[in-house]
Ligand binder design. Sequence first.
Ligand SMILES: NC(=O)c1ccc[n+]([C@@H]2O[C@H](COP(=O)([O-])OP(=O)(O)OC[C@H]3O[C@@H](n4cnc5c(N)ncnc54)[C@H](OP(=O)(O)O)[C@@H]3O)[C@@H](O)[C@H]2O)c1
Length: 243
Amino acid sequence: MTASQKSVLITGATSGIGESLVELCAQRNYRVIACGRNELKLATLKSNFPDIDVLQFDITDKGQIEDALGQVDSVDIVILNAGDCEYIDDVEHFDNALFERVINVNLISIGNMLPHIIPKVTQGGTISLMGSSVTYLPFPRAQAYGASKAGVDYLAQSLRLELQPKGLNVSLIQPGFIKTPLTDKNDFDMPFLMTSDQAAQRIFDGIEKNNKLIRFPKRFIYLMKLMSFLPEKLWTSMVLKGV
Ligand SMILES: NC(=O)c1ccc[n+]([C@@H]2O[C@H](COP(=O)([O-])OP(=O)(O)OC[C@H]3O[C@@H](n4cnc5c(N)ncnc54)[C@H](OP(=O)(O)O)[C@@H]3O)[C@@H](O)[C@H]2O)c1
């Protein structure tokens, strides 16, 4: 690492948006610390980008988090991107185990990583949390995913309130639909679908500009905002008919 080279730690680096972020940051000459659970995928990343460092840990395991993040001295940018989506298919027989899994991986994991991250982010550095545009409106089957990402929204804003005066930026990322293994499982239309490379570019441009809220694509965000002004009755009948 050269003296002027900035570092970026990315969770969920083994797939989708995170993998595209690794590639983009390596191209932009950042020192990349790529984090993931899947050993084989991390080894492939390392062979494709020999200059990156890799850290293998499960973000739902406190011990693994402590061991892995204990190896990081300091870092300029942290992108807490790892996450998962599972849908509640039968709300009348609410799957509380699924609910717990999703809240754990998308929200509680961030709380477990923060104590090992906040003290290591350099002055003027950034912590960026991966939310989702799902939080603009309630969607069917998204009780677990939406609730987890609503928690991430609040966490980012509340962290910023207190960390910004101490010289740390906190940003929130709210993408629309991005084509990744996570959304490949979806069985519904995904308007304005973008590639993970396009998403990575929007995200990292936003981080480099110190934007607090990084949301895209604009057409989708405007549409969601507009829909959020509809009377609840109308929105309910639209979503239950499949919009
Ligand atoms: N795709 C979209 O349309 C979209 C839209 C809005 C927000 N997001 C958010 O963007 C983030 C990335 O999603 P993606 O679409 O790129 O999905 P993805 O391709 O499925 O990638 C998810 C990443 O998270 C990692 N991960 C999951 N559980 C983990 C765990 N317990 N421990 C460590 N790593 C774990 C995965 O690692 P393994 O490979 O080891 O499983 C993988 O690298 C998620 O937070 C998602 O909610 C996605």
